[in-house]
Design a protein around this ligand. Structure first.
Ligand code: FES
Ligand SMILES: [Fe+2]
Length: 404
């Protein structure tokens, strides 16, 4: 296995992850011993209009999805020069492509002649893109390199010799875009101290195995909320998650506006009376990593001891009650055998089944019911739903609104 280590942040991922895992285990075991948990200071009420109001929805689509860095994919998904992916989930058609110089760039998938699309493939590899309408051709670095009968446009080509470009940067094995042409992206400021956590996840070594979409007739934040609390494990997931994971012990780290949350595995109960020197400490990341505003990186599995990385990227539709979650599962360290591939595919299917038949069923039902309440009615997040509280506060802050 080739291990690609990103030392750009001065971090050795294996050692950093071991330390983080040990820290998590100490805190979880201490909570188990003392019957405690990481908790918010107080419960928090939130108006139902946060989930249902069309004006709020439009503001979120602008501020959070057009003006905030959004994860497109992992760097390795665009591994080779010429590799491209379409990224249109924010509503703007964006073509993200790795140039022959190795840099990733993002362009509007819109021809500068009369607006047709440059590619209709969602993924692929290309050295150039030729518009299917009249054949204008662009390099994979966005430059117009050919226009049939080009002389007939003489005097009108200024500014048309390059595709419209968006801010696009890579960090810690991930590709980010801000979906507004010419906008500024300060990715390091956006990631803050969470950047070290992401660097330790060593995402460069994750190989994509399977991806798909999980649509849900619910607000995108309602869907997102289901990933941030384990309070529902025993009741909503009695057969799937609850047998291996407690619903009452949370280890929570806030990297405002991002966070990491771990729900204590039942296997840790055995460590309460085991000296730390005998603990087996994994060197692979674990837990739910929330990357503001819409992405969950889930390192682990609902099957104990299995390691996969899953990304859940939530995108709002036109109305407050439409969401599509783009889900991709990766094999840490690459796919080692056909059996390994089948195992990771089965993990995708297993988690997708739980999400689609349990979490998203209740998300659709709950959201629909919220639309029947008065906008001043509230939902409430308990102290154990600390991740939800902080996420909703951060969203309100970015929108310039007050929250509880
Ligand atoms: S619209 Fe693309 S070449 Fe005419
Ligand atoms: Fe769930």
């Amino acid at each position: 296995m080739t291990m690609i280590i990103d030392r750009s942040a001065g971090i050795d991922p294996v050692e950093a992850t071991r330390k983080q895992r040990l820290d998590y285990m100490r805190r979880a075991v201490s909570h188990l011993k003392n019957k405690t948990s990481d908790l918010a200071d107080a419960p928090m009420a939130n108006p139902v209009s946060v989930y249902t109001d069309p004006g709020r929805h439009a503001l979120e689509r602008q501020k959070l999805f057009r003006e905030t860095p959004i994860l497109v994919c992992l760097s390795k998904d665009l591994g080779e020069p010429g590799a491209f992916t379409l990224f249109d989930e924010t509503g703007v058609p964006i073509l993200v492509v790795r140039g022959k110089d190795g840099a990733v760039r993002a362009f509007m998938n819109v021809c500068r002649h009369r607006g047709a699309a440059l590619t209709h493939e969602r993924q692929g590899k290309a050295t150039r893109f030729t518009c299917w309408f009249h054949g204008w051709t662009y390099s994979n670095e966005g430059k117009l390199i050919g226009a049939p009968q080009g002389e007939s446009f003489a005097g009108e080509m200024a500014g048309r010799d390059h595709l419209i470009e968006f801010p696009c940067e890579e960090r810690h094995g991930m590709v980010f875009v801000v979906a507004t042409p010419g906008a500024k992206m300060d990715l390091d400021a956006h990631l803050g101290a969470f950047g070290d956590v992401l660097a330790a996840m060593d995402l460069q070594q994750c190989e994509k195995v399977k991806s798909g979409t999980l649509p849900v007739a619910s607000n995108w934040k309602y869907a997102l909320d289901t990933y941030g609390e384990g309070y529902h494990f025993a009741t909503l997931h009695p057969q799937t998650i609850s047998p291996n994971t407690r619903n009452d012990v949370v280890v929570y780290d806030h990297f405002d506006p991002h966070h990491r949350v771990g729900f204590a595995e039942r296997a840790l109960e055995e460590l309460v009376d085991t000296p730390e020197s005998e603990w087996e400490v994994r060197t692979e990341p674990s837990g739910i990593h929330y990357l503001f505003p819409n992405t969950i990186l889930f390192a682990g599995s609902i099957t104990p001891g299995k390691m996969y990385l899953t990304t859940f990227r939530h995108f709002p539709g036109e109305t407050p009650g439409e969401t599509v979650t783009h889900k991709t599962v990766y094999a840490y360290g690459g796919v080692k055998s056909p059996e390994h591939r089948a195992e990771v595919e089965a993990a995708y299917d297993g988690v997708a089944h739980v999400v689609a038949t349990e979490d998203y069923v209740v998300a659709a039902e709950g959201w629909r019911n919220l639309t029947m309440l008065s906008p001043e009615d509230t939902v409430v997040y308990g102290r154990q739903e600390v991740a939800l509280q902080n996420t909703h506060r951060a969203i309100a802050r970015v929108l310039g609104l007050n929250s509880a």
